[in-house]
Design a protein around this ligand. Structure first.
Ligand SMILES: Cc1cc2nc3c(=O)[nH]c(=O)nc-3n(C[C@H](O)[C@H](O)[C@H](O)COP(=O)(O)O)c2cc1C
Length: 161
C-alpha cells in the first residue's frame, strides 16, 4: 500500500524533513513510500496512495501559498476517503508552524480526508498536529519526524489492510 509525502520546499528544509518522514514510514511492512515536491508530483502514485502527508514551510504564520494553489488545483477524488497528515518547518519557535499545520489539516478535511497526527495517543513523543522542525530540525526534531512517519504508516496499514 502506497504512502505519498508531498511538499513545497524553496530552500530545502521541508524536503529534508519529508525524506526523514519517508525513512520512518518505510520501517512499516508492506508499504511503498514516495516523497515528492509539488512541482514533481507523481500523480499515478498519488492516485493510488492510501495516505497523503503534506509538508509546508511556515510563511507569514501559515502554510505556503504554493501548497494552497496545489491543493486548490488538484482533484478532490485524489484525496477523498484517504488518510491525511501534515508537517511544517519554520525558522523559529512561535513563528506560526502550528497555525500552518492546523490550517493545512482544515484543507485536508475539506478534501474529504481522515486526518491523523498520532497526537498524545501513542505516548511519547507527543506529536500534536504534526511534526515541526526549525529549519531542517535539531536531533530531537529529526527523530520526531522519523517516528511520525512510522506511526502514520502503521495507522495506514491498520485502516486499509
Ligand atoms: C517569505 C517568508 C516568510 C516566512 N515566514 C515565517 C514565519 O512566519 N515564521 C517562521 O517561523 N518562519 C518563517 N519563514 C521561514 C521558513 O518557514 C523556513 O525557513 C522554512 O524552513 C523554509 O522551508 P524550505 O527550506 O523548505 O523552503 C519564512 C520564510 C519566507 C521566505
Amino acid at each position: 500500500m502506497k504512502i505519498a509525502i508531498v511538499y513545497f520546499s524553496k530552500t530545502g528544509n521541508t524536503k529534508k524533513v519529508a525524506d526523514l518522514i519517508a525513512e520512518g514510514a518505510k520501517k512499516a511492512e508492506k508499504v511503498e513510500v514516495k516523497a515528492m515536491s509539488i512541482e514533481e508530483a507523481d500523480y499515478e502514485f498519488l492516485n493510488e496512495a492510501k495516505t497523503i502527508i503534506v509538508g509546508t514551510p511556515t510563511i507569514a504564520g501559515t502554510f505556503s501559498w504554493q501548497i494552497k494553489q496545489w491543493l486548490d488545483t488538484s482533484s478532490n477524488p485524489m484525496f477523498a476517503g484517504k488518510l491525511g497528515a501534515v508537517f511544517a518547518t519554520a525558522n523559529y519557535v512561535g513563528g506560526g508552524a502550528e497555525v500552518a499545520e492546523l490550517a493545512l489539516l482544515a484543507e485536508l478535511l475539506v478534501k474529504g480526508m481522515l486526518v491523523y497526527s498520532s497526537g498524545a495517543g501513542e505516548g511519547q513523543p507527543f506529536i500534536h498536529y504534526g511534526p515541526v522542525c526549525i529549519k531542517d530540525g535539531d536531533a530531537g526534531q529529526k527523530e520526531r519526524a522519523v517516528i511520525f512517519g512510522e506511526r502514520v504508516a502503521k495507522k495506514t496499514a491498520e485502516l486499509f489492510r
